[in-house]
Ligand binder design. Structure first.
Ligand SMILES: [Zn+2]
Length: 366
C-alpha cells in the first residue's frame, strides 16, 4: 500500500482501493496504521463538490536520489520520501564519456547534494536510468545502447558505497513511471525521443519490462525490410531509430543542407521555418507516429506521452507524429488514443528514477 502511495497511482482512498484491489474498508484500516507510523499523512480536499480524503507519503527521515545518465548529460535529483525534490543538478558529459569517469562524477555530485540539502538525513536508495536494453541482474546495459562503452559495466556496484539500495532501470521505463504518477493513467506508453528512441510501457497500473527486460524497444521495430534500408546500431536494417533519432537527423540535415550540422544543434533547428528542414523533421516525426501506430494497435494503451529532447519541439513535432499515427494504427485505436507532450519535459526520466528509489525500498520491506 505504501509503495502504491509513493508510486502515485492514486491520491484518494477510493483510488487506492481501485489500484490495490482491496475493499475501501481494508484500505481505510491500512491507511490508519500508516498514519500512526508516520509513513503517510491524510488531508481532506473538495473535488467536484465532494469531500475527498487524500493520502500522501510522508517526507520521512531518509532521502533518495534519482539519476538519469544520457549521451551528453546526467540529471541528478535528491528528494525526500514524499517525492519532493530537494536539489537538482544537470551535469554535462563529454561525447563518448566513459563509465569510470562518469560514475565517479555522479558519486561526487550526489555526496555534495546530500550533504547540502538532506539536513543530516541518510541517502537510503538510488534509482539510475540508463538508455537501452538492460541486464537487470547485474545492473548493466547490454548491446544496442547509445552508450556502447557502458555495455556490461555493473552500475549498481559502482554506486553501492553511497546507499543501501541501488536500482537500475531503462530510462524510457522510468519516464513511464513518472508519466503514470503525473497523469494517474493505469495504461500508457511513454516515449523518449532523442539520441535514441525508446518507449516505456505501463500496463494495468504496473511497469511492463517484459520477460527479458526488452519491452518497449520502439527504436528497433523494423519499419522497412528493403535491402537499401539504413543499417541500425543493433546490426539490422530498417529499424525505426534509423529514421528518427537526433543522430540520424544530424546526418540527414548535413546532407540536404550541404554543410555539417552538429548533433548539439539538431533540436534547435527543429524550430526552423526553412521548408527543407521542416520536411526532414516532419518525415522523422511521422515515422515515429507510424511506429507508435503498430505498438498501440497491439497494446491499446489509450495514452501516449511524448518526452525526450525532440518532444521539446512542442506541437511542431507532435502534429506529424499524430499524422503518422493516424495512418498506421487501427482507426478505432486512433479515435480513443490521446497523444500528448510530456509536461515533465526532460526531467521525466530522473523523476522516475527518484520514484524507483523511493518505492524500491518500500517494496523490499513489504
Ligand atoms: Zn535497431
Amino acid at each position: 500500500m505504501l509503495a502504491t502511495v509513493r508510486e502515485g497511482w492514486g491520491r484518494s482512498q477510493a483510488d487506492l482501493a481501485r489500484a490495490t484491489g482491496l475493499s475501501p474498508a481494508a484500505v481505510s484500516g491500512i491507511v490508519a496504521r500508516l498514519v500512526a507510523r508516520g509513513e503517510v499523512s491524510c488531508t481532506t480536499e473538495v473535488s467536484r463538490g465532494r469531500r475527498v480524503r487524500v493520502v500522501s507519503a510522508a517526507a520521512g527521515s531518509e532521502v533518495f536520489a534519482g539519476v538519469d545518465i544520457g549521451r551528453s548529460h546526467a540529471r541528478l535529483l535528491v528528494g525526500d520520501g514524499s517525492g519532493r525534490v530537494l536539489e537538482e543538478r544537470e551535469q554535462p558529459l563529454a561525447p563518448g564519456h566513459r563509465p569510470t569517469t562518469t560514475l565517479a562524477t555522479v558519486r561526487d555530485q550526489l555526496e555534495e547534494m546530500v550533504a547540502g540539502s538532506a539536513g543530516g538525513r541518510v541517502l537510503r536508495a538510488i534509482g539510475v536510468g540508463l538508455p537501452g536494453p538492460l541486464d537487470r541482474e547485474h545492473g548493466a546495459v547490454v548491446g544496442g545502447t547509445i552508450l556502447p562503452g557502458w555495455v556490461g559495466v555493473p552500475v549498481t556496484t559502482a554506486l553501492a558505497p553511497l546507499a543501501a539500495d541501488v536500482r537500475v532501470e531503462n530510462d524510457a521505463n522510468l519516464g513511464a513511471l513518472a508519466s503514470a504518477a503525473q497523469t494517474g493513467a493505469r495504461d500508457l506508453v511513454h516515449v523518449k525521443a532523442g539520441s535514441g528512441l525508446g518507449a516505456g510501457l505501463v500496463v494495468g497500473g504496473r511497469l511492463h519490462p517484459g520477460a527479458g527486460g526488452l519491452a518497449g524497444e520502439l527504436g528497433h521495430v523494423a519499419v522497412s525490410d528493403a535491402a537499401s534500408a539504413p543499417m541500425c546500431r543493433c546490426g539490422r536494417r530498417g529499424c525505426l531509430e534509423t529514421y528518427a533519432s537526433t543522430e540520424v537527423l544530424a546526418r540527414t540535415l548535413s546532407t540536404v543542407l550541404d554543410r555539417r550540422v552538429p548533433l548539439s544543434r539538431v533540436v534547435a533547428m527543429g524550430a526552423s521555418a526553412d521548408p527543407i528542414v521542416r520536411r526532414v523533421f516532419d518525415d522523422s516525426a511521422e515515422a515515429v507516429g507510424r511506429g507508435l501506430g503498430i505498438l498501440c494497435t497491439l497494446l491499446d494503451p489509450g495514452l501516449v506521452v511524448l518526452g525526450g529532447p525532440l518532444a521539446g519541439l512542442g506541437h511542431r513535432w507532435l502534429q506529424p507524429v499524430r499524422a503518422g499515427f493516424a495512418r498506421s494504427a487501427l482507426p478505432a485505436v486512433v479515435s480513443h488514443t490521446s497523444i500528448q507532450l510530456s509536461p515533465l519535459g526532460e526531467r521525466a526520466e530522473a523523476l522516475g528514477a527518484l520514484q524507483l528509489a523511493r518505492t524500491s525500498v518500500v517494496a523490499a520491506a513489504d
